[in-house]
Design a protein around this ligand. Structure first.
Ligand code: V1S
Ligand code: ZN
Length: 316
């Protein structure tokens, strides 16, 4: 009997966001769940509750000073955590703790064997660095999950795959010289889009050289350009044979996103997820954790994230 795909749902998770004038509004969670419900995958899914992380878990990736700074700013309730993208809204510390806690709960569910595949919308906050917030991202749940898998489960060879339109700089620079973190990221070329990093020559440092793949795509690149890049990612994953795969499945590369300039369709999300499921089955006992990441056109977000979950169900 196939295990259900775990999809995380709950108002504590929905609370992470920055208000209706900001691209990362708190409506994104409900928009996704409405689209998923319409896809009627019902009995193949298990809707799991959000969880809250504790400061010790944050400290697996972030500095104590930065964690205290977010807590203090959140109590104060105004200003920005970065240079204008990540406003302090009331309760942002608690909401950010929920994003991290939910990604870690999904990690635990997979490692316990309750499921092989899990999807956490809203998570995938890949810009936060060890020392600070950036680009709508307060705490880097993906970076924390990587450290958590190592500490709690002794899983060393982890693959982080990122198809968000923005480069996953927080994860890349957090593990740039770490040979056991396989990193593969397609994104809109940094010469045209935030955060400006992720050039093809950024292939890792020291012993990690060659274990990181950054593939910048030109403005207006569509599915064809993506799939060409994707073959290189698939080849790297077969070579590295990871024990656990994390996918940051940002939906902001789809045509019509208000803040980027790519032209993917949801076929990108469907095929990327299906391929990762097969690779996970071959090397990682099926273990695949996907996070929602970006995506600011609400219809696209529903379509792309539903395609991720559907591909997980169909390959389970
Ligand atoms: N790209 C982009 C973009 N758009 C915005 C933005 C637009 C409207 C607003 F009301 C507020 C912000 N900011 C940016 C980027 C940050 C993008 C973060 C993407 C997050 C993710 O999808 O990858 C994962 C969840 N920031 C910038 O371009 C920096 C600025 C240079 C311009 C915007 N101002 C507000 C700050 C400085
Ligand atoms: Zn993005």
């Amino acid at each position: 009997m196939a295990k259900p795909v775990y999809v995380y749902k709950g108002q504590l998770l929905a609370a992470y966001g920055f208000g209706s004038d900001h691209p990362f509004g708190t409506d994104r969670h409900d928009v996704f769940h409405r689209a998923l419900t319409a896809a009627t995958l019902g009995n193949r899914l298990h809707f799991a509750d959000p969880a809250t992380a504790n400061p010790e878990q944050l400290a697996l990736f972030h500095s104590d000073e930065y964690i205290r700074h977010v807590e203090r700013m959140s109590e104060q309730g105004s200003g920005f955590l970065d240079h204008g993208d990540t406003p302090v809204v009331p309760g942002i510390y608690e909401a950010a703790l929920t994003v991290v806690g939910t990604t870690l709960a999904a990690t635990d569910a997979i490692m316990a064997g309750d499921t092989s595949r899990a999807f956490v919308p809203i998570a995938g906050l890949h810009h936060a660095s060890r020392l600070g917030a950036a680009g709508f991202c307060v705490f880097n749940d993906c970076g924390i999950a990587i450290e958590y898998l190592r500490k709690e489960y002794g899983i060393r060879r982890i693959a982080y795959v990122d198809i968000d339109a923005h480069h996953g700089d927080g994860v890349y620079y957090g593990f740039e010289d770490d040979p056991e973190l396989v990193f593969a990221d397609t994104h809109e070329d940094g010469r045209f889009l935030y955060p400006g990093t992720g050039a093809a020559c950024e292939t890792g440092k020291g012993e990690a050289t060659g274990r990181k793949l950054n593939i910048p795509l030109p403005m207006n690149a569509g599915d064809e350009e993506f799939f060409e890049a994707w073959e290189r990612i698939v080849a790297l994953l077969h070579e590295m044979q990871p024990e656990f795969i994390i996918l940051q499945a940002g939906a902001d590369g789809l045509d019509g996103d208000p803040i980027t300039h790519l032209r993917f369709t949801q076929a990108v999300h469907r095929r990327a997820t299906a391929d990762l499921c097969r690779i996970a089955d071959r090397y990682a006992s099926g273990r695949l954790l996907a996070t929602g990441g970006g995506g600011y056109n609400r219809s696209n977000l529903g379509r792309a994230w539903t395609a991720v979950v559907k591909a997980m169900v169909e390959t389970e």
